[in-house]
Ligand binder design. Structure first.
Ligand code: 5GP
Ligand code: ZN
Length: 114
């Protein structure tokens, strides 16, 4: 699958390996890695290998396995409680202008995980 990546985008640079990240998994069209500022332990991001700021700008073939990859991460991390979050635009709290899906664990504090 051909990739359309942008030269100045930090997430495109992470896909290309030009900025280091802790990689979790990769498919032909998506890349998953741990968030640098985790809201909880295990906070992960899934990003299509196609540069676009908002989800409606991404071709379907790049979105097709984004959620299956998020699902694999949730299963691999054995998550029981978690949020999938995807922000579009500044008013919706998007900071990085490259489409990304958050996988945010909600640990059971009574078990002392966080
Ligand atoms: P947003 O608010 O745009 O939905 O979320 C962007 C996320 O990207 C934030 O949770 C932030 O911590 C994460 N982030 C920003 N820059 C980097 C980076 O260089 N590396 C990694 N791993 N995560 C980043
Ligand atoms: Zn990008």
């Amino acid at each position: 699958m051909a990739s359309k990546l942008a030269a100045e985008c930090i997430f495109c640079k992470i896909i290309k390996g030009e900025i280091p990240s802790i990689k979790i998994a990769e498919t032909a069209s998506n890349f998953a890695f741990f968030d640098i500022g985790p809201l909880s332990e295990g906070h992960a991001l899934v990003i299509p290998k196609y540069h676009a700021e908002k989800m409606h700008e991404i071709p379907d073939e790049y979105l097709a396995d984004a959620l299956p990859l998020a699902k694999k991460i949730a299963k691999a991390l054995n998550l029981d409680n978690y949020n999938i979050l995807q922000n579009n635009g500044k008013l919706a709290h998007q900071e990085v202008p490259h489409v990304h899906f958050h996988v945010i664990p909600k640990p059971n504090k009574e078990e002392g995980l966080v």
